[in-house]
Design a protein around this ligand. Structure first.
Ligand SMILES: N[C@@H](CCC(=O)N[C@@H](CS)C(=O)NCC(=O)O)C(=O)O
Length: 225
């Protein structure tokens, strides 16, 4: 049995760079043998715990650059993207706890469902500028995806089990030095963290570390047009 590594990908739908990393890593699933574990976490918890004062949106010159870089990166990944109205204010003053808990509840049912929901949330926000942060907003996404028993999923998202998993995922990242998103752990097959990685733009290095191919944006795999 080869000494297989595992990648854990921590993300939050409030983080646009998580969207790019999420697309990049899930597209590479078709060409990598390395197992990929998707881990919804709570970005605000990370920022608070790491006392990160340097969020680009809080620094005007970085905010200006980030707005351009988001469009540039979305184009690279082939993702329909425009900045929603009042973007900075919304990003800095909105909690993603509701959608993140719903993602955890979805993942408990089925990882593929969770990925469909995450992708659809980002698509709604960045392709159409519609918010994704309340239960009723996420419910619309579940309805559009024809998710079965979506009411049950929404109820489950308030359960202690779901809250604990989201907290555990967040703590797992924080415990390994996380300060932003997306965040990755590359572990050995016993779960020992060999490398921590920040940013969607580090996927070529992640691939190299895994001895896997990096195939660029694989735009032919895009799911939302
Ligand atoms: N260069 C990274 C940027 C990632 C990034 O800026 N992520 C934001 C959240 S969307 C963040 O966590 N920022 C924290 C920081 O820069 O300290 C990428 O391309 O993914």
């Amino acid at each position: 049995m080869p000494n297989r590594k595992v990648v854990k990908f921590f993300f939050d739908v409030i983080s646009p760079y998580s969207y790019f990393g999420f697309e990049g890593i899930t597209r590479h699933r078709s060409v990598w043998k390395t197992p990929i574990q998707m881990k919804p976490f709570y970005f605000a918890g990370v920022v608070k715990h790491s006392e990160n004062p340097g969020l680009p949106l809080r620094v005007p010159i970085k905010e200006k650059y980030m707005h351009k870089d988001l469009l540039f990166s979305a184009q690279y990944w082939g993702i329909p993207f425009r900045l929603p109205k009042d973007y900075t204010n919304m990003m800095l003053n909105t909690s993603s706890i509701v959608p993140q808990r719903i993602l955890v509840a979805s993942q408990l049912r089925d990882n593929a469902l969770m990925e469909d929901v995450a992708r659809a949330l980002w698509h709604r926000f960045y392709a159409y500028g519609k918010p994704i942060f309340t239960k009723s907003q996420v419910a619309e996404v579940l309805r559009d995806l024809h998710v079965k028993n979506s009411e049950e999923l929404l109820m489950m998202s308030d359960s202690a089990e779901v809250k604990n998993i989201l907290r555990e995922n967040t703590d797992e990242a924080i415990g390994n030095g996380c300060f932003g998103a997306p965040w990755m752990h590359i572990t050995d097959n016993h779960g020992k963290v060999l490398q921590t990685v920040f940013g969607s733009d580090r996927l070529p290095q992640v691939a190299d570390f895994l001895a896997e191919p990096f195939k660029g944006p694989m735009r032919e795999k895009k799911q939302n047009a």
